[in-house]
Each structure stands twice: as C-alpha cells, then as structure tokens.
Ligand binder design. Sequence first.
Ligand code: ZN
Length: 166
Amino acid sequence: MSTESLTVADNMVVSMDYTLTLDNGEVIDSSEGGEPLEFLHGRGQIIPGLEKELYGMQVGDAKKVTVSPAEGYGESDDDAYQEYPLDVFPDDMELTEGMGLHMRDTESGQIIEAYIYEIRPDGVVLDFNHPLAGETLYFDVKIAGVRHATSEELSHGHAHGAGHSH
Ligand code: ZN
C-alpha cells in the first residue's frame, strides 16, 4: 500500500460530499444520506466555478465555495423566454406554471428542457433558462476520496463509480 496522500488534480477521480444552498437559504441538493458525488476532475463534469476551487484538496478537507452565476449555470437570459400557441400542446396535457417540459427542437431534433413561465389566454410562455440560471450557488464540500483514474475513465472523460453503467 502506498502512503502517498493524493490531492485533487486534473484526471483524478474525486468523491465529494456536498450541500448546495441558494441565496435565500434554501438547500436544493445534498449528498447527505446518500453516496458522495464522484467525478473525474478537470473534465467539466461539475460546474467550472466549483471545479477550480477544489485543486490541491485532500481527503477530509472541507471548504465553502461561492459560485457566481457566470461560473455556475449562467445568467438568466431574457431571450430564453418564448411564447407558444396553446395548440402545440396535447389537449389532455394539464399545464401549470413552473412545470418542466421536454421540447423537441424542430431544427436540430434535440430534446431541450423548458419550464412553463406563464400561462396566457392565447399561449404559454416557456423559459429555456436552466432552473439555476442567475443564481449564486453556495457549496459546502468535503472531500471523501481521491484516486487515480483508470485508463478507461480517462478515455471516456468521466468517473466509473458504483452504479455507473454503459
Ligand atoms: Zn464511461
């Protein structure tokens, strides 16, 4: 066994306990009561503003990281609000404000996630911003594990943790 103390660096697999809180104090995500989040560091598996703050940390190290919208899920973009006529939605679909939808982009065929921002008499305004766009994010993180990535993980660009399957 090596007694080498590994630190978080590019191409290391990191497991991390975390809690994510918003400006209003609301906890919106946490690994508490579950498995730590495992990711391949330096490959953009987590948001950039958090990733860059983890370099050099070791198992057991804890840190509070504040991430601005620009380095998190982006600023809220006014152009991301679009109105659609009611008849593009299935008749039997119950529409409520705040509801998440999957829309197919007619040009690219890609599935895009959107949220119902407002229901008007003649149409529905969808918000294509990420739900956390415009939010400052407050992370409490603690490093639970650091290991070298396997060659397979490096070629895939992500960690192969428990429960990861292809
Ligand atoms: Zn893979």
